[in-house]
Design a protein around this ligand. Sequence first.
Ligand SMILES: [Zn+2]
Length: 449
Amino acid sequence: MFQLTRRGFLASSMAPLALAQEAGERPPARPAGVEVVNPRERVPLSWIIDDSTCLVNLNRFAIPQFAASMPGGGTYTHDWRSMPYEIPDEFVRRFAQWSQREGVKGKYSIVPFPALVGRVDRELPGWTPKELADSLNLVKKEIVPLWDIHPEMITHTRILDLKTGYAVEQRGREWMENWDWCKGRSVDEIAAYIAYGLQILKNAEFTCEGFTTPGGFGAGALPELSQAAFQAVREVYRTEIPHYFRNVIAKGEETVAPRIEYASGISGDSARAVVSIYACTGDWTGGWDCRQEPQVDLFITPDLAKGRMVEVIERGDPAVLLCHWTGIYFNGRELGFQAMQEVVRRLHARFKQVRWMTLSEIAHYWAAKELTAIEAVGGGLRLKAPYACGEFTLRWRMGAGGRPALGGAPLREVQSWQAMEPGTWRRDGDSVVACFSLAKGVTELRRAA
Ligand SMILES: [Zn+2]
């Protein structure tokens, strides 16, 4: 559970360890019988939505740019001209109202300069200034309360020349955000590129704690990407715990929990770390390009018994689903949206001990979970936390009759996980599970008299 040395984090096992991100510092091994568990004992759920932005149906404009970067157009033979150029705000509003009704949370991209059509902080050619302003306001009012906003680099297509603000002259896959541009570039250069996208969203008055990579951005430079992620998000937003989404593990036994990377200074009061969030499913809704019909049963089957989500939730890992906004809208047919609603209906029918969280909430919890030092001191526990954590939840084998107290104040005993909230504890055999608001710095968890 604790790594004192470097370890590799890769979605693919093909790359050698030397090219892997580093975990950085970790606290000493915890006392036997002490474990930080899921927040309020519920498995986190989150839904990642990629390729969304304001008004622009991204891939209608992206596909011809992808095709132009490949010899012979590659596989980008879609009839993009037949796709609507807009995903209307009326649809965004309906989606937002559904997510509010169901309590579904996650990440919603705003691609800052979608496929070079226009910058969301300046102007979108094809729409009036009022239409863009209304669209931005709709996202702020209806989406932001339950969803993190991420830029997905700058254009999601061609590399922008940061000096001129135009796309670079070069074509080819190494000059596209989706593929090989990062290879051989420095942390500073990659960070400047990420920061440019973040700054556009900051100009448009969004607050971001992380970003999403378009497709394979960062390929061949994963250690640099991870360090650049911290640098860019910290620089633009002063974010305490920056995070990013790039990697997907859609099958198998490997953990899909977030990776805490490049942790340092964890015993002082200005810790640094970046969190890489993993999705645990493929996009089995409408895909990014609407070429495939949804496959809801891959997430969870109609009898609620099988599927990737069932597997991951049952083992207690945060279960983060993936989809693309273009496929959710599905050129007006909304097939992805229907699939999404059915997945959520099935998940809610099967699982009660789960809770929807944003990616930034998950990133905060996991940073606190992994980096808080816990030692046994005179029958109690002494916690040294580099970050505060609102719903820190810990299982402690105290022995029969033990009752936990936070500092001098006893926690309130509850009878079930359903009643767990900050300031409570419950007995579970010879262990207790305690949930409390963990302050940054030192906290004592004692045995109540
Ligand atoms: Zn994307």
